[in-house]
Design a protein around this ligand. Sequence first.
Ligand SMILES: [Zn+2]
Length: 131
Amino acid sequence: MEDCIFCKLVKGKIPCNKVGESENFISFLDLHPKNKGHILIISKEHYPDLRGLPEGLGNELIHFSKELLKKVSKATSASDFKFLINSGEKAGQVIFHAHFHLIPYYKTGIASHPQLSDKETARLAEAIRDQ
Ligand SMILES: [Zn+2]
């Protein structure tokens, strides 16, 4: 979709801190992380929300997510993760291109909403990619 920010991101028209890619998905650091290493996983094709996502992509999504989970764990000291999708406006979806949040949790078990500089964010993305 032409005016979709995630479609632009998939096409490389706007930059992101990419951490991984599979055949049908890409992953990058969330701009407003709940915790350090909070990533988004989005489909390369435009589907407005979970309801439009083809069921055949389920296995790839889970496999890719588990790979990313391991990489984030290695690049940070995260021990636990929350994996969620907001599907629909009233459920908190803001960008209407299907995306999944993978949010790491640390010892405290709380969301710290870290404010990383652009440089720190780029370094973190690189650390996750290199695992
Ligand atoms: Zn899109």
